[in-house]
Design a protein around this ligand. Structure first.
Ligand code: FES
Length: 579
């Protein structure tokens, strides 16, 4: 029996539909124009279903029909569903980078909710930026909300071999450049690496962010691990529809779920999952929206104590998200690290996290390891600081060659992506495996939008010699499916004059992950001279959304939100006048 903390006349939607006046007459008559009788909405929670389906979004193909399963659940529970389309942000097709538009989706979601007569929302997303985009918007709006993850696609297949999203594309591209696989092999892989709808099935940004959404309490228990093509996903969608109606009556809002302790749970789970580096940026932004001061230090603290136990690529060596689901999924993993979690945090299920995961089992120990037998003894990410990155940068030590965890080498600097791309194929490029490849002007402002360029390609000359990893340094991000000794998110970024802008070819750079340091071995007097000579590259935008973006985007260590959006729950949400 649903506990009702609201009466029908207290529903937000009643302000549109209930009054006996001219405006409400318009709202009701137009609902009837769509064929809905008053009995279908009167005294019922109106549930928005924000759907990020589009013909340009392969990861969300199934949302076109899955939305009907959510509606079925809403109707069954006595609600009235309204599907509202939002930006679909396809990671694979959108240029220059979806990160340029994450905040636009956040604004889209927030304003869709604010402007429409709705009482609660099911958020349908999954492809990388859609999870944080939708959650940022819903967090700011603070109506009861459930996140519905798209679910990972099935394993890729090529000649009977398993292929993983992204990771195997990078791997076999190097093999092709080294002449070890044929053009035909490459074309066959193209047809086999993404063979069902759903999100990337490695532990990329999509799987990381949906796991985080579950750990923070915003999805139904176990929802983030279910493969998109599994019938469990359909049933979970219907259940989300049923549950959101109850949540409206209970008045269970994101504010009541997204506590400081819930964010700590999310960071802990991210570390144990071998998460994408992108998790840091999105969680800091979401924390600030929620009024919780989440910083790089929180990740660093968790990283020191939580081991990586999800043996999923790219941190793991073999398994994919489909295997993770069969092994017990996120509830199984969380049960294995429950000593690091705040089990009393409330979730959208109406139960605590501890209640959600009680009795959750792990069925395949090699996929979800025990904490005594991890795949990496510390957390997935490490935050480094030093004179090259005074506000921090990030490395994923669990996914790089261990010999680079302590390294000194000469810099080879590129000022932009096109010149780097051209140079790496030059057979005469003056580079060794000890060099530190640097890409700058690739941060939030410089990219623009901080593209996923941080896994710089190994120069072809070295690939042919068998080199498969080397230290790479940038103010860009990298895909969660990427791997290697890539140091990312250098803050402040070079485009605004951060120290990365001062590096010259041949300068020596020292990295020490155990000590969490990264430094440029150049005297301060010389750096001051270079700083005085430095000129900012040309403006990225003169008009439009890009202009607004460049005026208001914050740095990576601050979550890359717009400065005018990152207010917390302390401020009342403005409601539209309906007259
Ligand atoms: Fe959509 Fe990877 S491209 S999740």
């Amino acid at each position: 029996m649903t506990k009702k903390n609201k009466t029908p006349d207290q529903l937000r939607s009643a302000r549109w539909f209930a009054p006996d006046d001219l405006r409400a007459f318009g709202h009701r008559s137009r609902a009837m124009q769509m064929g809905y009788a008053p009995e279908e909405w009167r005294d019922r929670p109106v549930i928005a279903i924000i759907n990020t389906w589009s013909d340009a979004q392969p990861c969300h193909m199934h949302f076109k029909s899955r939305v009907d399963d959510v509606k079925r659940g809403v109707l069954m529970a006595g609600g009235f569903p309204l599907e509202l389309p939002a930006l679909s942000l396809s990671e694979s097709l959108l240029k220059p980078t979806t990160m340029l538009y994450r905040n636009m989706l956040a604004m889209d979601a927030e304003e869709l909710l604010r402007g429409h007569p709705v009482d609660g929302v099911v958020l349908m997303g999954g492809c990388d930026k859609t999870t944080p985009g939708l959650l940022l918007g819903a967090t700011s709006m603070n109506l009861p909300a459930i996140y519905l993850p798209a679910g990972p696609m099935l394993r890729g297949n090529w000649k009977g071999r398993t292929l993983g999203s992204g990771s195997d594309a990078w791997k076999y591209w190097d093999e092709r450049r080294a002449g070890k696989i044929s053009d035909k092999d490459w074309v066959d892989m193209e047809a086999g690496i993404a063979r069902s709808y759903g999100t990337c099935m490695t532990m990329g940004t999509a799987s990381t962010m949906t796991a985080i959404a579950e750990a923070i309490g915003m999805t139904l228990p176990g929802a983030s691990s279910i493969p998109a093509a599994d019938a469990n996903h359909i049933r979970m969608s219907s259940e989300a529809g049923r549950r959101i109606v109850e949540m409206v009556w209970e008045d269970l809002t994101p504010q009541k779920i997204q506590s400081r302790r819930a964010f700590e749970n999310a960071i802990t789970v991210a570390m144990a999952m071998g998460c994408s580096t992108n998790a840091i940026i999105h969680l800091i932004a979401q924390g600030r929206r929620a009024g919780q001061d989440i910083s790089l230090d929180d990740f660093e603290t968790a990283s020191r104590k939580v081991p990586v136990i999800a043996n999923v690529r790219p941190s793991g060596d073999h398994y994919l998200m489909e295997d993770f689901f069969y092994a017990g999924g996120l509830p199984g993993l969380m049960n294995r690290i429950k000593q690091h979690l705040h089990l009393d945090c409330v979730t959208v299920s109406g139960k605590t996290l501890g209640e959600n995961i009680a009795g959750a089992e792990v069925h395949i120990d090699d996929v979800i390891r025990t904490v005594d037998n991890p795949i990496y003894k510390e957390g997935a990410l490490a935050v480094l600081k030093g004179n090259l990155a005074p506000d921090g940068c990030v490395i994923k030590p669990s996914a790089c060659d261990p010999r680079f965890l302590k390294h000194t080498g000469p810099a080879l600097v590129f000022d932009d992506y096109p010149s780097m791309k051209k140079a790496v194929d030059d057979p005469d490029l003056d580079v060794t495996a000890d060099h530190v490849l640097i890409l700058r002007n690739a941060g939030p402002q410089g990219g623009p939008g901080m593209p996923e360029w941080g896994m710089l390609p190994i120069p072809t000359k070295l690939v042919k010699q068998g080199v498969r990893d080397m230290v790479r340094l940038s103010d860009a991000r990298m895909s969660g499916t990427s791997y290697g000794a890539c140091i990312l998110h250098v803050s402040p970024e070079s485009y605004i004059g951060g120290p990365l802008a001062l590096v010259r070819n041949g300068d020596r750079i020292t990295l020490d992950v155990a000590a969490r340091t990264i430094n440029l071995d150049v005297p301060e007097a010389e750096l001051a001279r270079r700083r005085a000579e430095w000129k900012q590259p040309e403006k990225r935008f003169e008009r439009g959304y890009g202009w607004m973006f460049s005026k208001h985007i914050k740095q990576a260590n601050e979550g890359c939100d717009f400065d005018f959006l990152e207010t917390g729950f302390g401020k009342p949400v403005g409601e539209p006048s309906i007259y």
